[in-house]
Design a protein around this ligand. Structure first.
Ligand code: FE
Ligand code: FE
Ligand code: ZN
Length: 279
């Protein structure tokens, strides 16, 4: 069994997202910790967070994913930009302590011409600055499509970051199906091979969550354009193999397809029908 859900707008609060998730047949969801283009977060409503935790303790919802704004770049060439990324991550993690047991996902960053090795070093430094031994949130590096100077387009790059992080127990990986496909991994014809490779390079125990998106582009395009389920180059059959794969069970799987709520609801229902869960 897996937890299925989608990205939700966080404007109405945590408990409201939990209710919306239930209404559309989801048992997990993802939300942005603040405006995805950066900016200040709303003050943390601790009671609201506690009500969401309650739904999770009751087993109604599985772990959820807080997504960092995608504009932060912890491996920027500009000290000011790196500092902004640090402050954002630190603040997000402090707030997520009110929602223990969930995930904080971020895009590792773009090295903007400094080179992959410097990028990897700066990302690990940022994580070593914001992560302490204690803390109830596991931080996830998202697998990226490798467009431009993005770090994280290969499992090896993620492994190199993980190797440098001191508090390794606080780290994991979120696999985005569109991104790995666009990054060149053949999850359509050789899912077992890709997962074996992931296990060899990173370790499947580090894989904590998935983004299940179809892709507008061909494998290896390094583009990162999400498509609705079954309407892209990954296809519905491959997605069903992913969602039902024995090695991937127990994890939250979240849609980030170009949809409004009703579209997400349909995709969740479609997946549940195909995997034989009629919720
Ligand atoms: Fe993402
Ligand atoms: Fe994603
Ligand atoms: Zn993407």
């Amino acid at each position: 069994m897996v937890y299925l859900g989608c990205h939700l707008s966080s404007t109405k609060g945590f408990y409201a997202m939990g209710e919306t998730a239930q209404q559309i047949g989801a048992d997990t969801f993802q939300f942005f910790t603040r405006n995805p283009r950066g900016g200040k977060a709303k003050p943390m409503d601790e009671q609201d967070a506690a009500k969401l935790s309650q739904l999770q303790m009751q087993g109604i919802l599985g772990p959820v994913i807080a997504h960092a704004p995608y504009t932060i770049n912890p491996c920027s060439a500009e000290a000011r930009t790196r500092e902004f990324a640090l402050q954002t991550m630190e603040d997000d993690l402090a707030r997520l302590e009110h929602l223990p047991g969930n995930y904080y996902n971020f895009h590792p960053g773009s090295h903007v011409g400094q080179g992959t090795q410097i990028g990897i070093r700066l990302i690990a430094e940022a994580l070593n600055t914001v992560l302490t031994q204690q803390g109830n949130t596991v931080v996830l590096l998202e697998t990226m499509a490798g467009k431009g100077s993005e770090i994280g387009g290969s499992f090896e790059e993620l492994r190199e970051i993980l190797d440098r992080v001191e508090h390794a127990h606080r780290m994991g990986v979120c696999l985005d199906t569109c991104h790995v496909h666009d990054g060149g991994y053949d999850i359509v014809h050789d899912l077992d091979g890709v997962l074996t490779e992931f296990d060899k390079v990173i370790g499947l125990d580090r894989l904590k969550a998935l983004h299940i998106n179809d892709s507008m582009n061909i494998r290896g395009a390094r583009k990162d354009r999400h498509e609705k389920l079954g309407q892209g180059h990954i296809g519905l059959d491959a997605m069903v193999r992913i969602v039902t794969h024995p090695a991937l069970q127990g994890r939250p799987m979240v849609l980030e397809t170009p949809n409004e709520l009703d579209g997400y609801e349909q995709e969740i229902r479609l997946l549940r029908e195909r995997i034989g869960e009629n919720v």
